[in-house]
Write a protein that binds this ligand. Structure first.
Ligand code: FMN
Length: 224
């Protein structure tokens, strides 16, 4: 599928069939997700992929009982590492080896920048990790759709309950759940009419930003 079609075909799907996703497809989907961009290429994401009834049930309980967590072939907890230093050394070694940075001195300066980021308050680090990790979650959903696998992003969960249920170590933040599976017959998938989107002229602001301008506070028209 080309990119426009993947984006156009994606829907949040809440009902899944029993058809399993084969392991090689799942691997390809995760591989594509790892191509996502991240701040300094630090890749703060981890994907906790749950495929067993017992683990998916535990996740469903932490996700306000949302049943598509259990129904989906795979429920993924997308975790963000709030320590920017976690992968910094190999990332900058790679930059040096590939000539993205000229020498060891620049490598040390970059490590210093990231070390300084690691010292900011936890709330800021959580925002930092959420930016990159959410992009990886989006790539995961598009990659899935490209393989005919439906998905649903979810924020309706108790992060502390997930941490408890899966012994998530300190410093990792459950950013999102993404369910993955083949849609059940008649489930909201590509053929369903898209839920309305705010018009492009309402959301794009060239050169300055004043959301009170023109029609922006009116009820958006979701027509064609
Ligand atoms: C950050 C985020 C959180 C969401 N949380 C939930 C959720 O907890 N449960 C759910 O069923 N859908 C959830 N959704 C799916 C949205 O309802 C859905 O994306 C939206 O209605 C647009 O529909 P579409 O994805 O089919 O285009 C979430 C979506 C996003 C992006």
């Amino acid at each position: 599928m080309d990119f426009e079609n993947v984006v156009d075909a994606r829907r949040s799907v809440h009902e899944y069939s029993d058809e399993p996703i084969d392991q090689s497809t799942l691997r390809e989907v995760f591989e594509t997700a790892t191509l996502s961009p991240s701040g300094y290429n630090l890749q703060p994401w981890e994907f906790l992929a749950l495929r067993e009834e017992e683990t998916k049930t535990a996740l469903m309980e932490a996700a306000n009982g949302q049943e598509h967590v259990l129904e989906a072939d795979t429920a993924v907890v997308v975790l963000g590492n709030t320590d920017p230093m976690a992968h910094a050394e190999p990332v900058f070694d790679d930059w040096l080896a590939k000539g993205y940075i000229p020498n060891e001195e620049v490598r040390s300066a970059l490590l210093g920048n990231v070390e300084a980021m690691a010292d900011v308050p936890e709330a800021e680090r959580r925002v930092w990790t959420t930016r990159s990790t959410a992009l990886a979650a989006m790539t995961l959903m598009y990659a899935a759709r490209d393989h005919g696998v439906a998905s649903c992003p979810m924020e309706g969960f108790d992060a502390d309950a997930i941490v408890d249920a899966f012994d998530v170590p300190e410093g990792y933040e459950p950013v999102m759940i993404v369910t993955l599976g083949y849609p059940a017959d008649g489930a909201a998938d590509v053929e369903n009419e898209r839920k309305g989107r705010r018009p492009v002229d309402e959301v794009v602001h060239y050169e300055s930003f004043d959301p009170s301008e023109d029609t922006r506070l009116e009820t958006p028209d979701f027509g064609e």
